[in-house]
Design a protein around this ligand. Structure first.
Ligand code: TYD
Ligand code: MG
Length: 436
């Protein structure tokens, strides 16, 4: 065919041979071993002895995985280049008090050794293999019988059974399927690193994400040192969890108390800054929102947001303009969340609105005040989940006042908090309560 039936372009089709006629005997042996037929088993007779999780010394990592590594599971870790995927997993291999096979198709032994020297950990139980052929990797693995296997990156691995180049869809699919068979039959957990495309998806077929048991995303702003490990899919735990790390000269360090780092230390109250009591996963976290509102020089006012969805910022500005009569249409608005953290929690809306109004008015918000609440299109303040945890965290960090939705206070019923609650129903009440 000269013309592609899907996109209509000419001469764009490429041949990809799915299976080579005759593979070498060694390769076929590896295949035959892995593709042994299974027998049907009665559910009640299946033993679960193998499912004891392997706990790592890294608490953040355990939490993200839902309490440790499940034997025989296959976990995909995705992330931008240079974000620290290799560092995270090499560090983990050296921290684990178990034998780990670290396979790299990207770096040489010396390069890995140099990296390992920067990280502290036990180098005696970590085996390094620089190899890209999946059959050979699995042969080594079945001889070595490690407790955990790490494959740095699935895009560099290929099977000798296929003619296609490494990183092509058929190679990724075939290699991943072989590795998965191996993990399931040997009960050895396997981590695979996956590259990410420009638009943030894991490069390669979507099927890769279906094959694996868990998909983790390692993300962060390269200009900041914070890194977040998020769960996108997890067959053995919740997807609400996340782990926070800080990238240092000596590798990644767990951040067990994020709020204290994300609140900037400042002596005086400045306008345009408000603190939100948000949740990241199951953890309450206080985070500073900074806004700058200034007169638009050109006809089109500019809107920029870092760490927050731009469309949601536009929505909030429109609500403030329409419901409170504030002239945001004539002003540029810039928004920044401290620490390079991205927040999806809608409970951050109220703090963002407060920061915007504060900057527009040039009136500082008292440093002992924080905010939590979602803003609806008619300017109403909606309730958010886990309000008690948020209030407790704010109180623990020394905040004295919290503005929240009046619909949220119902469940709180008469308990004593070390913090004054200011329940509000509409945005107007925020302005009258705070700025007048
Ligand atoms: P790397 O793990 O190579 O990223 P990926 O595998 O996701 O592409 O991370 C490399 C970055 O991490 C690099 O920019 C330097 C930084 N880094 C540190 O800051 N401290 C360290 O101890 C190490 C090993 C790396
Ligand atoms: Mg890498």
């Amino acid at each position: 065919m000269g013309k592609c039936a899907a996109c209509g372009e000419w001469n764009t089709l490429q041949e990809e041979v799915m299976l080579r006629e005759k593979a070498s005997p060694a390769v076929s042996k590896a295949h035959a071993q892995l593709y042994q037929p299974a027998q049907p088993q009665v559910l009640s007779e299946i033993e679960t002895g193998h499912t004891r999780r392997l706990e790592t010394p890294d608490e953040e990592f355990n939490r993200v995985l839902g309490g440790g590594i499940v034997p025989g599971s296959m976990i995909l870790i995705g992330g931008q280049p240079g974000i620290g995927k290799s560092t995270l997993l090499l560090q983990l291999s050296m921290q684990l008090n178990n034998r780990v096979l670290y396979v790299s198709g990207e770096e040489s032994e010396e390069q890995i050794k140099m990296r390992a020297e920067r990280l502290d950990g036990n180098q005696d139980k970590c085996y390094i293999l620089t190899e890209t052929n999946v059959e050979r990797i699995l042969n080594f693995a079945s001889e070595l019988r490690p407790d955990c296997i790490i494959i740095d990156s699935i895009q560099t691995i290929s099977s000798a059974e296929l003619d296609a180049v490494a990183g092509s869809i058929s190679q990724i699919r075939e290699s991943a399927a072989l590795i998965q068979r191996f993990a399931k039959t040997s009960h050895i957990p396997v981590f695979i690193i996956g590259h990410i495309t420009k638009d943030g998806n894991i490069a390669g077929p979507k099927i890769l994400e279906h094959i694996v048991d868990a998909v983790l995303q390692f993300e962060g702003d390269r200009h900041y040192s914070y890194r977040i490990l998020r769960t996108i899919k997890n067959r053995f735990g919740s997807t609400d969890e996340m782990g926070i790390y800080e990238m240092r000269a000596g590798g990644l360090r767990e951040v067990s108390n994020p709020s204290e780092l994300l609140l900037s230390q400042k002596d005086e109250d400045l306008s345009g800054s408000a603190v939100a009591a948000t949740m990241e996963g199951m953890r309450p976290m206080l985070i500073e929102c900074q806004a700058l509102v200034s007169k638009a020089v050109y006809g089109n006012p500019q809107r920029t947001a870092t760490g927050f969805e731009l469309r949601r910022l536009s929505m909030l500005l429109a609500v403030l303009e329409k419901r409170c009569g504030l002239p945001f249409g004539m002003n540029d608005a810039f928004l920044n969340l401290a620490g390079g953290i991205r927040v999806d929690d809608p409970g951050i809306d109220l703090a963002i609105a407060a920061a915007l109004i504060s900057s527009l008015d040039n009136t500082p918000i008292p440093g002992d005040t924080c905010f939590v609440g979602e803003i609806g299109l008619s300017g109403e303040i909606r309730s958010v989940s886990r309000i008690e945890q948020r209030i407790q965290e704010a109180g623990r960090l020394g905040f004295k006042h919290v503005f929240l939705s009046k619909y949220n206070t119902k469940g709180l019923g008469g308990k004593d908090y070390p913090i004054v609650l200011h329940p509000i129903g509409k945005l107007d009440e925020l302005i009258s309560g705070l700025f007048r």
